[in-house]
Design a protein around this ligand. Structure first.
Ligand code: NAD
Ligand code: MN
Length: 821
């Protein structure tokens, strides 16, 4: 071909990256065994699975087929390594993580080629995005290991962590999981995806090279049904960190329910890409390419729904088509290729199936005229127009290079359309009007929002979902808590001793009396306490039949029945409404109707909490007497509980405008606003210990952070909560922000846990009840916070208040705002 001919066509010549070094590496090592205790271990089954190159369909290597016995060995290795690793000083752990980062960089080329061979994604992406981000993740978390002792004092690692990752970013997902786990002192058993184990096995070599202590990282390859399930079920695993489909995430939520295992789930998405008519359309077109054709669209946060303002839709679509004609589909090792191979034949079939479905449902398909390679698993970039919001292709995650477009007229319509999905992983907003863009960003239900950008990631910026996209965050400071627990929780001895507190006046009396002693939450001398102390247990019952509290009104229970409330001697001291399913439903509806509370300023919310405290203080003696009556405790102790409750309300009034977000500075010109948002409607089942303090310790942080609530008070001692109706009514708590349904805890909380319009459930009851809540919550993947039957010492500020509560009451949204023309 002459220079002139080349110039005429302006075609790229092939620019392949050499595969030989990687193929040689594979040839020398395969078949690959399991990696346990820094040793290659033959799989118990004696069997190996083929792993292929999706760009050719040819076998790359044989990889061990692990099973439950192998998981057993790996977990045992991780368990043995845990005491040593968790006690290794942060600085030393930082050095190991730093060494991993350095070695990832040293082997960057081999890793990039291996990843491309095994996954089919373009070498340009593995070389410039995947592998550099892997290194960045280990550097960033080396820093957190270094700072853990000072910055995260009061927290400790969880133990052995089971990590299960998908095939779309094999090494990057490994890094997202392994780096924070190790930084915080946990040990790991990792299961790579069935299709893409090779870079994880190269990572095992790095682990060996840098001399990481044996057992800290173990890698078990194999089938999901063998390795994945065994890991999820293993009783000696303290946490499962999972990234994958919502379907499997839900199964894991169910399988781990009640086991006490911590869980974080990074699941699927159907993310909106919203274009307003004042956007810079040339940038938008490049954004669309990155949103849906990056990694063949096999990206959890892919901008797979293009939502365009009606008046520019035609123009934009035309431009997108022109650009699509220029996309090059082909050999992923070619440096000039834009779109590589789909990961597997099965995935390709699934994409085809959904595209067929789109056609059947009447959407209009468009594909560029350029051809796809014949060999291997390829799918052309695809655009659907004439799409209705209810169509399958508009709702279901296709996980392929398929874009659907819809139009809107106003920002309100854009937000409604964008949020019309069960997912909530990410969103992009395109507009030159910063007011509009930030306003829309605030209203989107998504864990990450990119403004005039898309698919940007960094270790410093938390990533994770709202709604059925899962819970938990990876990256940033918020991601660290997924691998930590408060230290007091771990020290079983101490919690056990504290358990008796409600019945052991001697100990709690130490908290009362002189103001300078104790924990600061009850440091006020208690006038008249001696007088009432004598009356304890002998006060005549005050007949009280409180109704339910729904939508700011006291309403009769739907059942028309009441339940007796008894004192410790069995004497009836009141009647509360026997709430039922219908009452809970009404309460949830009222809580939704009160969502304006989330828009109240932090200052306003603080004012309301202070006011509740003030009004409670005005009735201190009455509340103390009520506690005496319900629990039979001494007056002084009861009064101390009321004081602690008042102090707690002050704490959360204080936190309202202080538990703020962060500004991240990833390597880009711009900034990332990590905003804390309320979770939504939270259902709360209160503990039996500390009837007033336990109730307010949960209500106050949830309310402070802008949530609206449906609360089930302690069934044993509900009167302290129902006495609060009047306090709430006189404290400017908006109607419906706090709803209270008395009755039996278990059936009522079950309704909350199953309810599709409840975003989170907090449960403080029995171990079995905790399990039931976690199980039921899987239906819409709502967040749960349960106590597995372990009581807290609510008087102890370490256990009874603070950041743990505030974190449970919020979810972080990261808004990326690049700047510059
Ligand atoms: P998948 O759910 O099929 O598999 C994920 C992992 O779980 C694999 O390792 C698989 O072997 C394992 N697994 C499957 N069934 C299991 C079971 N019953 N018990 C234990 N482990 C089991 O997902 P995939 O097809 O590998 O990946 C694509 C999905 O992952 C998409 O839905 C995508 O959105 C999601 N994803 C999410 C994120 C995120 O951060 N939110 C990132 C990447 C991918
Ligand atoms: Mn799958």
């Amino acid at each position: 071909m002459s220079v002139l001919e080349l110039f005429e066509s302006m075609d790229y010549g092939p620019a392949p990256e050499a595969a030989e070094p990687a193929l040689q590496w594979l040839a020398q090592r395969q078949p690959f065994d399991l990696f346990i205790n820094n040793r290659r271990v033959k799989p118990t089954s004696g069997q190996y699975l083929e792993t292929i190159n999706p760009a050719t369909g040819k076998v790359l290597a044989q990889v061990a087929a692990g099973n439950a016995a192998d998981v057993e060995a790996a977990v045992a290795a991780a368990r043995r390594a845990f005491p040593g690793w968790s006690k290794t000083p942060g600085h030393v752990r930082a050095r190991y993580l730093y060494a991993i980062a350095r070695h990832v960089q040293k082997h960057a080329r081999l890793l990039a080629v291996l990843e491309t061979l095994n996954n089919g994604k373009p070498i340009r992406e593995t070389r410039d995005i995947d592998i550099p981000l892997v290194a960045r993740h280990f550097y960033y978390h080396a820093g957190w290991a270094q700072l853990m002792e000072s910055e995260l004092a009061g927290y400790e690692p969880l133990g052995v962590v089971g990590q299960i990752i998908p095939w779309n970013f094999p090494l990057l997902m490994l890094a997202w999981k392994v780096a924070p786990a190790l930084a915080m002192g946990n040990t790991v058993v990792l299961k790579p995806a069935r299709y893409t184990p090779l870079t994880a096995l190269k990572f095992a070599e790095i682990v060996e090279e840098i001399g990481l202590p044996p057992g800290v990282v173990n890698i078990v390859t194999g089938e999901a049904g063998q390795v994945g399930e065994a890991l999820v079920r293993h009783p000696d695993v303290n946490k499962i960190a999972f990234t994958g489909s919502t379907e499997v995430g839900r199964a894991i939520r169910r399988a781990t329910a009640g086991s006490g295992k911590r869980l974080s789930l990074e699941l699927g998405g159907k993310s909106p890409f919203i274009v307003f008519d004042d956007a810079d359309l040339d940038s938008v077109v490049e954004g669309v390419v990155d949103a849906i054709w990056f990694n063949q669209g096999q990206v959890c946060c892919a901008g797979s729904r293009l939502l365009v303002q009606e008046n520019i839709a035609e123009r934009l679509i035309a431009k997108v088509r022109v650009r699509m004609e220029k996309l090059r589909v082909g050999d992923p090792l070619d440096k000039a290729i834009d779109i590589g191979a789909i990961v597997s034949e099965a995935q390709l079939r699934e994409i085809n199936r959904l595209v067929e479905r789109g056609l059947e449902e009447g959407a209009q398909l468009w594909q560029p005229s350029t051809a796809c390679p014949r060999e291997g698993y390829f799918f052309p970039p695809t655009l659907f127009t004439n799409v209705a919001p209810a169509m399958t292709i508009a709702q279901v995650e296709i996980f392929g290079p398929v874009l659907v477009t819809m139009t809107f007229r106003t920002p309100e319509e854009a937000v409604a359309l964008a949020n019309n999905t069960r997912y909530g992983l990410a969103a992009s907003v395109w507009s030159e009007n910063i007011n509009l863009a930030l306003d829309v960003a605030a209203r989107l239900k998504a864990g990450t929002v990119w403004i005039n950008a898309t698919n940007l990631f960094d270790a410093s910026c938390g990533f994770g979902g709202y709604r059925e996209s899962g819970f938990g965050r990876e990256g940033g400071r918020e991601g660290l808590y997924e691998y930590l627990r408060p230290r007091w929780e771990g020290s079983g001895a101490r919690a056990g001793r504290r358990r008796g507190l409600a019945e052991a006046p001697a100990e709690s009396k130490a908290h009362t009396g002189n103001g300078h002693e104790g924990n600061g939450s009850n440091g006020v001398a208690l006038a008249g306490s001696e007088v009432f102390a004598d009356l304890a247990g002998r006060i005549p019952p005050i007949d009280r039949t409180p109704k339910l509290f729904i939508g700011g009104k006291q309403v009769r229970p739907d059942s028309g029945y009441s339940l007796p409330v008894r004192d410790p001697q069995g004497m009836i001291i009141g009647q509360v409404g026997a709430g039922n399913r219908k009452d809970i439903r009404n309460a949830v509806e009222a809580a939704h109707a009160a969502r304006a509370w989330s828009g109240a300023s932090a200052h306003q919310r603080a004012q309301v909490l202070f006011y509740i405290a003030e009004n409670l203080a005005a009735r201190e003696q009455e509340f103390a007497l009520r506690l005496v009556q319900q629990t039979g405790r001494a007056y002084a102790e009861a009064a101390a509980e009321v004081q602690a409750a008042i102090a707690r309300l002050f704490s959360y009034a204080a936190w309202c405008d202080k538990f703020e977000g962060t500004i991240h500075r990833p390597p880009l010109r711009g900034m990332v606003l990590a905003v804390r948002e309320p979770v939504g409607v939270i259902g709360i089942a209160c503990p039996d210990e500390f009837p007033l303090l336990g109730f307010l310790s949960l209500v106050a942080p949830a309310l402070a952070m802008g949530n609206t609530l449906v609360v089930i008070p302690s069934p044993q001692a509900p009167l302290s909560a129902t006495d609060c109706y009047q306090v709430f009514e006189t404290s400017d708590v908006p109607a419906g922000a706090v709803n209270i349904v008395t009755g039996e805890r278990e059936p009522l909380v079950q309704v909350l846990a199953e309810h599709e319009d409840v975003e989170a459930v907090w449960y403080f009851g029995s171990a079995e009840g905790s399990g039931r809540v976690e199980l039921a919550a899987a239906s819409n993947m709502k967040r749960t916070w349960v106590n597995y039957g372990r009581p807290r010492d609510w008087l102890d500020p370490l256990q009874g208040e603070g950041e743990e509560f505030l974190r449970e009451a919020t979810q972080v949204k990261n808004i990326w705002v690049p700047y510059g023309e």
